[in-house]
Write a protein that binds this ligand. Structure first.
Ligand SMILES: C[S@@+](CC[C@H](N)C(=O)[O-])C[C@H]1O[C@@H](n2cnc3c(N)ncnc32)[C@H](O)[C@@H]1O
Length: 282
């Protein structure tokens, strides 16, 4: 027969062991669930309906006044071939792309021979923003609508695309709000074809020292008040840290006292095998 103190000890050990096991299983199940849930960034959901009023679209004169509309046009102009837009938001670029979706398209490896846009894949983490983008896609003529795919995805995770499957990756005002901009850039490079282009526009630290100092001092407050926007990015450095000498900056443009920048950079072709020496044939 077991005495009472031994029974109490075994009972307590059993309870402790089962609690530990339960906690471990629950944590593992939670992690698994989190892993399987569609990734979504709800920060932007609440802004989706009002976003265009402040940031673009025909309804708003502000972006036109500040030159932001023109910058967006120039960014969209760099798109051709197979285009991936990361953080497409409400789809403000869709009508701009659609102007060149009907042109004849011919691509050879590493180059797109015309200005034509063949297909557009727009991804965003926010379901609300994508809802607005779908509305914008619906307004396109049917043939062009069919060339646009919209997808909810987190670009800081591995994107659901093969390596080297796009000619241009566009990121407009995404890197400043993303939690891991470096990872987004690395992922966009992975899915770009050699010779393809990265098109980024975003808020950056001004070249005017006083403005830059003001941006630095207020950066935390602005971030807290503006859906997490870092408005003092160093975009070119961010690109170089993520891409090293894989990319060459093709053009840069700054507006608004240097606080908004558009960079178009080219993904260099991988090293080509050296041509065979004529002597090798002898
Ligand atoms: C400031 S808005 C810009 C939207 C659009 N590019 C434009 O120019 O109007 C930033 C967008 O990036 C999206 N976003 C932020 N982080 C993201 C991520 N990791 N993956 C995909 N989208 C992301 C947000 O949901 C939001 O729609």
């Amino acid at each position: 027969m077991m005495d009472a103190s031994r029974r109490r000890f075994l009972l307590t050990a059993g309870v402790v062991l089962s609690s530990v096991l339960h906690a471990r299983f629950t944590a593992a199940a939670d992690n698994e669930l989190r892993r399987r849930q569609p990734l979504t960034d709800s920060r932007y959901d609440q802004w989706a309906a009002r976003y265009d009023m402040l940031n673009g679209g025909h309804e708003s004169a502000l972006p036109r006044f500040f030159g932001l509309e023109q910058l967006r046009r120039e960014a969209a102009q760099a798109a051709r071939g197979d285009v991936l837009e990361i953080g497409m938001g409400t789809g403000l670029t869709l009508p701009l792309y659609s102007e060149r979706m009907h042109l004849p398209y011919h691509a050879s490896p590493g180059s797109v021979d015309t200005d034509s846009i063949h297909r557009v894949v727009g991804i965003d983490a926010s379901a609300g923003m994508l809802r607005e983008a779908r509305r914008r896609r619906q307004a396109l003529p049917k043939a062009q609508r069919d060339q646009v795919t919209l997808l909810q995805a987190d670009a800081s995770e591995r994107l659901p695309f093969e390596d080297a499957s796009f000619d241009v990756a566009v990121m407009l005002y995404v890197l400043s709000v993303a939690d891991d901009p470096g990872q987004i850039l690395r992922e966009s490079l992975r899915v770009l074809r050699p010779g393809g282009h990265i098109v980024v526009a975003d808020h950056v630290r001004s070249y005017l020292p006083l403005v830059a100092a003001y941006q630095n001092v207020t950066a935390d407050a602005v971030r807290a008040l503006s859906k997490g926007c870092r408005w003092n990015l160093d975009l070119e450095r961010l690109l170089h840290v993520a891409a090293g000498d894989q990319i060459q900056v093709a053009s840069r443009k700054r507006i608004l006292g240097g606080t908004v920048e558009l960079i178009i950079a080219r993904l260099c072709l991988p090293p080509q095998p050296a041509p065979a020496s004529p002597l090798a044939r002898l």
